[in-house]
Design a binder for this molecule. Structure first.
Ligand SMILES: [Zn+2]
Length: 801
């Protein structure tokens, strides 16, 4: 019954589309329209190689990984082309396949690839076969409806507000379908998406199921479907999904208030960024002023209190969420790659609504730093969180079972040409600077624009303006905030020296005075073929200071050049150490392009100092050294290392290399095999409390109720009589607690023997747990740890004396 009704509705909507032919008049949309990625051909020294790596390495790699990790089998099983009911791990795994198709579509538009095109066609036919007759498409239920995954419940949509991600899957399907249709002209995936969207229209809404999406994105997808099909029901449903949110849900997924009553950023950062993007779409498509007022306030909140210098958002791993105001820790920064991508989506929409360059300033900062860091130069290693400091504990992964960031990166990079230009009748906005050739239609006629530049290393941008016929229009060149002594809108970050040279503009070789409007240099004239514009931006090495309310950045500065934020990384600095480096505020800094380093980067050099402690003395030993900084996005391409974006200029902020101790000179072994964690327990960082994630720690998660160990093999025989352990415990949300019990053993004639403790083995959190024992002379000490029954445990630091 339901199937027939939905099928009828689907056929009707196809008929409506056919009647509307190719063009239909839309009532409303963004006042400024992006120039589509299909019209912009990037041939840039910086971006084109990255887009090529994405096309040649990342897309095939991600498709292969989707296959290897069961995602293709999910669809094959749902399509009854493969036996069995085995599924991959997460109910949102379908989206990785959709995002890979979306990325492949953009990429094929940039450069034809018949083999990939054919592969995607095959994939789409399997997706179509996995769709249920009424349009429902969600492999986790179709394959195994009888024994449903614990997140999805026994009935459709039952756990949508919680964890099922059914609508999240739909949203990514729509985005992929629209991209595939626009790039190839084929309707195959679009028809699957229409059938699914029609099911949603019939299922959700006032008087039907009144639920909100647990993880937002279907709102963005439905707006795109509306634009492509002209079916207003999709737009209405997108708005419904926003209006039905709150006020009785959780802040975690922005459901604790009605969306129009939200004025600050809170909760899960990716969900939030997708929701704000969806709200911008609806504000544009419907003229809803309340949506606009809400996201304007939220934007100001993020940019003035919750934005990393890298453009990353979502400071805390706890809930993958926005932290409190100015809570921007560096080593434990979460700054998920997906959140950076969401931040780009959102800021681009804000620009299209307001026409102000400040949104593109945030977009550009995110793009060149906290987003680009998400993928390795090789294109097959990925960051999920993007920290701003490291002690070896971070490294890119080849694959992550929750692969959202990987597939998101795959789809974002080839869509980049769509962010370069925008237009409003006879106003042409030049938002990003990269070499490209583009054909753009303005009201006055067609114009070909050719940009030639070595941005972001050089500040000169040559723009050839070639209108088909001489015509009057306005060129709006973005003068980036970074070139006007304002790294970000507001006062979250400022330059130490505020005396930049102003940007200059030549038209056909002559200096031109220009007016500035909303951050754009406005050049209005009658353009003719062969006109040349030269924009010169002051590309200087700047030291950025953070607002004093950000406690983690006090006494420190960050290097920035143009839109690029720099970091110190081990391989470029003495003894591979950077946490012990100090650079004077007034130190001269020089930048040099190094073609053979990290695929070609500017390197900043400055005179600095390394600092260290020695045994039995409070004196700080300072040694002059040359300090080198590389672009942040390029770090972690040479193995695990130390890294920091924020460089101490005050001794109080510096972290001298500690004096050697029995522990620090020991070799660590453990029952946990992840060697990257071994150094953590002897790095001499004392955490603020047991749940402090800002410094590295060793943990046994997800093991529980087992006996585990760590062991120190000393550099020589030592006489020891005391042990101090600082336990890692991230309760109540995390999976680690202080242990059930522990004991210490020492090596005696090749045998492990328990020490004779003279004080009790107390176990408590938020402090060192000290045990004294009768002195033993030994070459090795072992900590045997009994994990709690239901939880794991971890160690911040283990000191022996
Ligand atoms: Zn992600």
């Amino acid at each position: 019954m339901m199937i027939n009704k939905n099928k009828a509705a689907w056929l009707l909507s196809l008929a409506a589309m056919a009647a509307a032919t190719n063009v239909f008049a839309q009532q409303k949309d963004y006042p400024i329209q992006p120039v589509a990625f299909t019209s912009v051909h990037v041939n840039d020294n910086f971006w084109e190689p990255k887009m090529e790596v994405n096309a040649n390495v990342t897309i095939p790699y991600v498709l292969e990984q989707c296959k290897k990790n069961g995602r293709m089998d999910n669809f094959l099983r749902a399509a009854k082309k493969l036996d069995g009911d085995k599924l991959s791990e997460f109910p949102f795994d379908d989206t990785d396949v959709y995002k890979a198709i979306e990325g492949a579509s953009y990429s094929m538009q940039n450069k034809k690839n018949p083999k990939l095109d054919k592969y995607i066609d095959t994939l789409i036919s399997i997706i179509g076969a996995a769709q249920e007759p009424d349009g429902y498409l969600y492999t986790f239920r179709t394959v195994n409806a009888k024994k449903p995954h614990e997140w999805i419940g026994s009935k459709r949509w039952e756990k949508e507000e919680d964890l099922s991600h059914e609508l999240y899957n739909a949203g990514h399907l729509y985005e992929a379908a629209v991209a595939h249709y626009q790039a190839t002209g084929k309707r195959t995936l679009l028809n699957i998406a229409i059938k699914n969207a029609d099911l949603l229209v019939n299922t959700f809404g006032p008087g039907k199921i009144e639920e909100y999406p647990g993880h937002q994105i279907v709102e963005i997808g439905l707006s795109k479907m509306y634009r492509v099909t002209g079916n207003k029901k999709y737009l209405d449903l997108a708005k419904f999904f926003l209006d039905v949110r709150g006020p009785k849900g959780d802040a975690y997924n922005q459901a604790d208030k009605k969306v129009i009553d939200q004025h600050v950023a809170e909760g899960h950062a990716v969900r939030a960024a997708y929701m704000y993007t969806g709200m911008a779409d609806i504000a544009a498509l419907t003229g809803n002023a309340k949506y606009l007022a809400a996201i304007d306030d939220i934007w100001t909140d993020v940019v003035t209190k919750k934005l990393y210098i890298t453009g990353g958002i979502g400071a805390t791993g706890n809930g993958e969420a926005f932290g409190d105001d100015y809570q921007l820790p560096n080593m434990s920064a979460y700054a998920e790659t997906c959140a950076a991508i969401g931040n780009v989506y959102w800021n681009n929409r804000m620009f299209l609504l307001h026409g102000d360059s400040k949104y593109i300033d945030v977009l550009e900062r995110t793009l060149y730093n906290g987003l680009l860091s998400g993928v390795s130069l090789s294109g097959d290693r990925f960051f999920y969180p993007n920290p701003l400091a490291s002690m070896f504990q971070h490294q890119r992964s080849a694959w992550i079972s929750c692969a959202c960031c990987i597939s998101n990166m795959t789809r974002f990079l080839p869509s980049l040409p769509g962010y370069v230009y925008a237009k409003n009748q006879n106003d042409l906005y030049v938002n990003l600077y990269m070499s490209n050739s583009s054909d753009i239609s303005l009201t006055s006629g067609k114009v070909n624009i050719v940009q030639t530049t070595d941005y972001p290393w050089k500040g000169t941008i040559n723009i050839a303006v070639n209108p088909a016929k001489s015509s009057a229009f306005t060129l709006r060149l973005r003068i980036p905030g970074w070139a006007k002594d304002q790294p970000v809108p507001g006062d979250l970050y400022t330059y130490l020296d505020k005396n930049q040279k102003p940007a200059t503009i030549l038209v056909n070789g002559k200096v031109t005075t220009y007016i500035t409007d909303k951050g754009y240099a406005v050049i209005k004239r009658t353009w003719k073929k062969g006109d040349k514009v030269t924009l010169d931006l002051p590309m200087e090495t700047e030291k950025v200071l953070a607002n004093n309310n950000i406690k983690d950045d006090r006494g420190r500065f960050a290097f920035q050049r143009g839109p690029v934020v720099y970091c110190l990384e081990g391989p470029d600095n003495r003894d591979s150490l950077v946490q012990n480096i100090m650079v004077d505020k007034n130190a001269m800094a020089a930048a040099n392009y190094q073609a053979n380093l990290l695929n070609g980067v500017d390197v900043i050099s400055a005179e600095g100092k390394s600092t260290k402690r020695q045994l039995n003395s409070d004196a700080l030993i300072e040694t002059d050294q040359q300090v080198k900084a590389i672009p942040y996005y390029a770090w972690a391409n040479r193995g695990p290392s130390e890294m920091t974006v924020w460089i101490p200029y005050e001794a109080s902020a510096a972290r001298p290399k500690p004096a050697p101790t029995i522990a620090s000179t020991s070799k660590v072994t453990s029952s946990v095999k992840n060697k990257r964690m071994y150094n953590a327990i002897k790095d001499q960082y004392e955490p603020a409390d047991s749940k402090d994630t800002n410094y590295p720690y060793l943990h046994w998660w997800p093991a529980h109720n087992t006996s585990e160990f760590v062991q120190y093999d000393f550099d020589a025989a030592h006489t020891v009589s005391e042990s101090k352990v600082y336990w890692y415990d991230d309760g109540p949300w995390g999976g680690c607690r202080i242990p059930a019990s522990y004991k210490i053993l020492y090596l005696k004639d090749g045998q492990w023997v328990p020490v004779k403790n003279t004080t009790p083995y107390a176990v408590s959190k938020d402090a060192f747990n000290t045990v004294s024992f009768e002195p033993v002379t030994t070459t090795a000490l072992k900590l045997e740890v009994q994990l709690p029954v239901d939880n794991s445990t971890g160690i911040h630091e283990w000191v022996v004396k």
